[in-house]
Ligand binder design. Structure first.
Ligand code: HEC
Length: 422
């Protein structure tokens, strides 16, 4: 408990100093801020990848008029750190592809709005970015998908559909990256590729009689404990590429379960999402694995606005870790994960202080992290099971335990790693 307080205290102090430096130096820079010189470059880099036609975001931010029309809302959501959707607390761990605004950029949006959102000199304005429709990592080695389109209704709850992709490879395939091309970006919220070597997904699909490909589950699980995963995809995220000499193993006879989380659009829609697979080019020395560090033994008391659940796993061999993905459901409030080294020293992994179920991101470490045998990976998840939590699915609140449904909870941290010796 003391450690928790100490760590969050440190973060707050960091934020404070950053804020102070800013206030002194940049009042002059903020005067006369205009779209053309200061705002457009940020919007085009940090917002337009999602805020453009056919993408997840509900409106475009492609030019001056788009941004001016919403300057007030933009200033508000960037200040609250609701946008861009990057949930890792700044200063706790450091990450690749970090999609976060600096305090200075947030201040620029605010000053711009308060100045009446001026355009500035259009001739100096950067051009909106052009996005290629190609795969970010080039031509994939394999592209797989369900064999038919999936039809999604117009209205109602989100749907988790699991598309079962049989493979018939005679020997293991070594996978260095996956990428996803959503068939219909209006409805595809995020995608996770799970692995099943037990034929369980095939059975679930067989017993589904709605005439559609795949089978549905009601909460982000696949209906059983999968044998592993190849990773996930969310809009606006760079695909994770395993470092040289490492790869995920796809064993013969393994089925890929491509889980697509759909948001309904108000109209009937169809989708056929494609999974791209990139095979390792060099000899694979180390298998990339995923460790599922979980604590399924909890009961979140109805009405409790701040209940903690601790997870811990002691590492038995020297390993190298590459990234971490915290996972909770709707009652989740925050999670903090770190490694306690054998000498007691703590190394931060990732902290999220405003958990948002809609943004299940994997945070890839800026540098691979060596974790010696005898270290303990620890995480603390905090939940709000009170009536004041607007996401609480139970009205009135009731006791909640571990489970697959969105209305159940999870306390889970997934860490990608390799073993240093075999
Ligand atoms: C990874 C994709 C992504 C990126 C990057 C992104 N957005 Fe969004 N944005 C969304 C989605 C999806 C929504 C709808 C969210 C929802 O309804 O929960 C949204 C909603 C918004 C809203 C409406 C919020 C409200 O309360 O009505 C604003 C304003 C906004 N974004 C501004 C921005 C700005 C400014 C940036 C860049 C600094 C940005 N977004 C970057 C995906 C993104």
């Amino acid at each position: 408990m003391n450690k928790w307080v100490l760590l969050s205290g440190l973060c707050a102090a960091g934020a404070l100093t950053a804020g102070m430096t800013m206030g002194g130096g940049s009042a002059r820079d903020l005067a006369g801020v205009a779209f053309a010189d200061k705002i457009a470059p940020i919007v085009y880099e940090k917002c337009t990848p999602c805020h453009r036609p056919g993408q997840v975001a509900p409106f475009s931010l492609m030019n001056y008029e788009d941004a001016k029309r919403r300057s007030g809302t933009i200033a508000r959501v960037v200040e609250k750190r609701f946008m861009p959707p990057w949930k890792a607390v700044s200063g706790y761990g450091s990450f690749k592809h970090e999609n976060r605004l600096t305090d200075e950029q947030v201040a620029l949006f605010k000053a711009w709005h308060e100045a009446g959102a001026p355009r500035g000199e259009p001739s100096t304005e950067p051009k909106p970015p052009v996005f290629s429709t190609e795969w970010a990592l080039g031509q994939p080695d394999l592209i797989v998908s369900a064999d038919k389109e999936f039809k999604l209704g117009a209205e109602g709850e989100d749907v988790y559909r699991n598309f079962v992709i049989k493979t018939d490879y005679k020997e293991s395939k070594w996978i260095r990256a996956i990428d996803v091309a959503p068939g219909n970006r209006k409805i595809v919220h995020h995608v996770i590729a799970f692995l099943d070597s037990g034929g369980r997904a095939l059975n679930l699909e067989k017993s589904t009689k709605d005439g559609q490909p795949g089978y549905s589950t009601s909460g982000g699980g696949v209906g059983f404990l999968p044998d592993g995963a190849l990773g996930g995809w969310a809009p606006g995220l760079q695909p994770f590429e395993t470092p040289k000499g490492t790869a995920f193993e796809l064993k013969p006879g393994t089925t890929i379960v491509l889980q697509v989380h759909y948001h309904k659009s108000g109209k009937e829609e169809t989708d056929k999402t494609k999974l791209a697979i990139y095979l390792a080019k060099e000899k694979v020395e180390k298998e990339m694995r995923l460790a599922w560090i979980a604590n399924p033994f909890f009961r979140l008391k109805a009405g409790n606005a701040s209940q903690s659940v601790n997870m811990a796993y002691t590492v038995q061999a020297d390993v190298t870790a590459y990234g971490a993905m915290p996972h909770m459901h709707l009652l989740g409030k925050s999670m903090k994960a770190w490694v306690e080294l054998p000498d007691g020293k703590e190394v931060p992994l990732v902290a999220i202080d405003q958990w948002d179920f809609n943004w299940q991101l994997t945070y890839e470490f800026a540098k691979p992290l060596k974790i010696p045998a005898g270290s303990t990976v620890r995480a603390t998840a905090v939940y709000d099971n009170s009536a004041n939590n607007p996401n609480n699915p139970n009205k009135p609140p009731k006791d909640v335990r571990w489970g697959e449904q969105t209305t159940d909870e999870m306390a889970l941290l997934i860490v990608s790693f390799t073993r240093d010796t075999n």
